[in-house]
Design a binder for this molecule. Structure first.
Ligand SMILES: Nc1ncnc2c1ncn2[C@@H]1O[C@H](COP(=O)(O)OP(=O)(O)O)[C@@H](O)[C@H]1O
Ligand SMILES: [Mg+2]
Length: 249
């Protein structure tokens, strides 16, 4: 396997506040990697640094062997780095289908996109039923499906998922997870950042634990599932981070 994405001692700060500190990680082609950690650990910051939304103050980020420095986010998307953002960022007044089509604006996506919509509708049949409906009128779970579908329309070489389970009812999380598992089985390369360690370690090949901006543990997902340092804090009796908030579906 060749390394597709790598962080080498990357530090990111908001002014004086360091949010990611000397973080190193790799994602190989075909691998499904997760970064777990509590709220505020720096997970979104890490993905935003990968996308070029935030600059790395120190360290280097490489994609497919190329060091990324000043490439703007749209250039990174064109290279095949595609994010499903935490806030989904749909165009609420546009239809489901128009939101999906907006994912396919890059030359890469346009060239390889025959069947793109069909592939998304196969994955999420409910979106086919609602293709003409304004995205803003969908449930939270359906909006997450559109956000994921739009990212797939861009033909990602690496898909970056920012807490796709957040705020969704367990039944909906299971649907999203099943779709992600299907993508994984088809060989998709992905990095998933998640507070829900139980969910993330259940699907990933390999995992990193991020706490207060630092990677404190890493290993295969199965090794971390059995590691007392993980089970006590993230999977333990108190289950602080293992449950989803069923506030919205
Ligand atoms: N725009 C911002 N300005 C200042 N501090 C921020 C900003 N965004 C995030 N932070 C801080 O950076 C840290 C990491 O945040 P974030 O990456 O959003 O964590 P996570 O996604 O793991 O919840 C937190 O302490 C957060 O308060
Ligand atoms: Mg976040």
């Amino acid at each position: 396997m060749t390394t597709l994405l790598s962080f080498n001692a990357v530090t990111v700060a908001y002014g004086e506040a360091v949010a990611l500190s000397g973080a190193s990680l790799t994602v190989d082609g075909g691998e499904f990697v997760t970064v777990i950690g509590p709220n505020g650990a720096g997970k979104t910051t890490l993905l935003n640094a990968a996308m070029g939304v935030l600059p790395a103050r120190e360290g280097t980020i490489t994609f497919d062997g190329q060091a990324l420095r000043h490439e703007p986010p749209e250039r990174r998307v064109a290279m095949g780095m595609v994010i499903v953002p935490e806030r989904r960022e749909l165009f609420g007044r546009l239809s489901v289908e128009d939101n999906l089509r907006l994912g396919a604006f890059t030359p890469r996506a346009r060239s390889g996109n025959s069947g793109g919509l069909d592939r998304v509708y196969d994955l999420f049949p409910v979106l086919a039923e609602r293709r003409r409906q304004a995205a803003g009128t969908l449930s939270g779970g359906e909006q997450q499906m559109v956000a994921l579908g739009r990212a797939l329309m861009a033909q990602p070489r690496i898909l970056m998922l920012d807490e796709p389970s957040i705020g969704l009812a367990p039944r909906i999380v299971q649907q999203i997870l099943a779709a992600i598992a299907t993508l994984k089985a088809s060989g998709l390369t992905a990095i998933l950042v998640e507070q829900n360690a139980h969910l993330a370690l259940g699907i990933a090949d390999r995992a990193y634990v991020l706490e207060a901006g630092e990677i404190v543990l890493s290993g295969t997902a199965s090794a971390l599932r059995d590691d007392p340092r993980v089970t006590e804090v993230y999977l333990g009796g108190g289950n602080r981070y293992a449950e989803t908030d069923p506030s919205d579906d």
